[in-house]
Design a protein around this ligand. Structure first.
Ligand code: C2O
Ligand code: CU
Length: 460
């Protein structure tokens, strides 16, 4: 195993060795001038080292791609130079840019041709933990993704260090499913079979955390007494994860980048596209502890390590050690209270859609042979999804934040929400304040490719 090679200051975490020269340097408080040089992302063929096994893939130089970090209100300016043999785009998952910057080929922009370039430029208004990824076909399923962190002007949370923790299911360039870099980790399913949850059905030979397989885990480090902030992000194509840190509890502070009243639990579940920020209090004396990302509904464990500074390497847990916390208290949407609820006008919504999720169809239709969902600027829109199928579907809306309706009346503000299988139902409201044509889709990329997509279309 090897350590993260970068200093772990509160502002400086990088996913591996990635972000050299790319993270925006937060300025002296003012918005970045429009003339600031753009960051560059160069999607290209590359090799990812999986614990000694080279895997050919496509990525933005590293996997995950370089961390993009800026301050709320600053301009995101990224020039994409397409060195791939096919079209590409970049989508800023969880941000709400003007429609033309949303990165959806054929809907918001012409795709970037091989050898072509495109400048993405818009203000990053809202702080939070976001991701960027390619949005052409199954490109996301390769290494074409990375973390995007927008820091608030004044950080209300107290913590000592922070890390991005990106979870992924991986098949690219791994031919032999038994001799990949991930070891033979196949831990038992969760103890309670009633709780088995499946977000997908494909075979992925290895689960990566920050681009690293279980035999070569990324290391998160802190001193006894430290509080770590983990920005946990699920960028997998087909895998929901249950996330826990052995011997430690998780205080959930944000979901999808948006603040919630802190709640302390043992484990969180992330559908594809979801993010959770958690604080971990290092209240043990030392040691190295498993950071586990267990695939929901099928065998498989991704991992990183939490090492107390100075603790010997030899103390590391084995790759397949499964923390008991994975079976502990799991937070549900019902318990999450938005700190800043959307300012939804009182009364009934102006417009409501009732959708059925059945297999990969939405109300019996498969995109592009599917009706758009028309909205008018200024409306309060309600979307109800009932899932009659056997898989959970993490449904993602571009360009907006929505508020999940829960019994508290103050449900979490999110951009991706997992709808449970076998009759599960989720309702959310959003304000139609960002004109354009926006994708609404399942973030299982196989389901998306099968047509589990609708367009939310602003009309006059
Ligand atoms: Cu991250 Cu259209 O998705
Ligand atoms: Cu789905």
């Amino acid at each position: 195993m090897s350590d993260l090679r970068t200093p772990l200051t509160r502002r400086g975490f990088l996913a591996g060795s990635a972000a050299v020269g790319l993270a925006l340097v937060p300025g002296c408080g003012g918005p970045a001038p429009a003339t600031a040089p753009a960051l560059r992302l160069r999607p290209a063929a590359m090799t990812l080292d999986l614990a000694g096994t080279p895997a050919r893939t496509w990525g933005y130089g590293t996997v995950p791609g370089p961390e993009i970090r800026l301050r709320a209100g600053e301009m995101l300016r990224v020039r994409v130079d397409n060195a791939l043999p096919e079209d590409t785009t970049v989508h800023w998952h969880g941000l709400a840019p003007p429609n033309a910057m949303d990165g959806v080929p054929g809907i918001t922009q012409r795709p970037v041709r091989p050898g072509g370039e495109f400048l993405y430029e818009f203000p990053a208004a809202v702080p939070g933990s976001f991701m960027y990824h390619a949005h052409v076909g199954m490109q996301l399923d390769r290494g074409l993704y990375g973390p995007l962190v927008v820091e608030p002007r004044d950080e209300p949370l107290a913590y000592d260090r922070e890390y991005v923790v990106m979870l992924d299911d991986w098949a690219d360039g791994v031919e032999d499913h038994t001799s990949h870099g991930g070891g033979r980790a196949a831990p038992p399913l969760p103890a309670d079979p009633r709780d088995v949850v499946s977000f997908g059905g494909r075979t992925y030979p290895v689960l990566l955390v920050n681009g690293r397989p279980p035999l070569d885990p990324a290391v998160v480090e802190g001193r006894p007494g430290d509080r770590l902030r983990l920005r946990v992000m699920n960028v997998a194509a087909d895998t929901g994860f249950r996330f826990a840190v052995a011997g430690h509890r998780l205080t959930v502070t944000h979901t999808d980048g948006m603040p919630v009243e802190p709640v302390t639990v043992d484990t969180v579940r992330l559908g594809m596209g979801e993010r959770y920020d958690v604080l971990v209090h290092l209240d043990r004396r030392g040691g190295a502890w498993q950071i586990a990302a267990q695939a929901e509904g099928r065998p498989g464990l991704g991992r990183a390590l939490l090492r107390y500074t100075g603790s010997p390497v030899s103390a590391a847990p084995s790759p397949d050690q499964r923390p008991a916390e994975l079976d502990g208290r799991l937070v549900g949407y019902d318990e999450l209270l938005a700190v800043e609820p959307l300012s939804l006008p009182a009364g009934t919504p102006d417009r409501a859609f009732d959708l059925t999720l059945d297999g990969t169809e939405i109300s019996g239709q498969s995109y592009p042979d599917a009706d758009p969902l028309p909205v008018v600027e200024g409306e309060r829109v309600r979307l109800t999804m009932r899932n009659t199928g056997a898989k959970w579907h993490p449904m993602h809306l571009h360009g907006h934040h929505f508020q999940v309706l829960t019994t508290s009346g103050r449900g979490p503000v999110k951009d991706t929400v997992a709808v449970p299988a076998h009759g599960g139902e989720v309702t959310f409201d959003f304000l139609a304040t960002n004109p354009g044509r926006w994708l609404f889709h399942c973030h299982n990329h196989h389901h998306m490719e099968d047509g589990m997509v609708r367009l939310v279309e602003y009309r006059h």
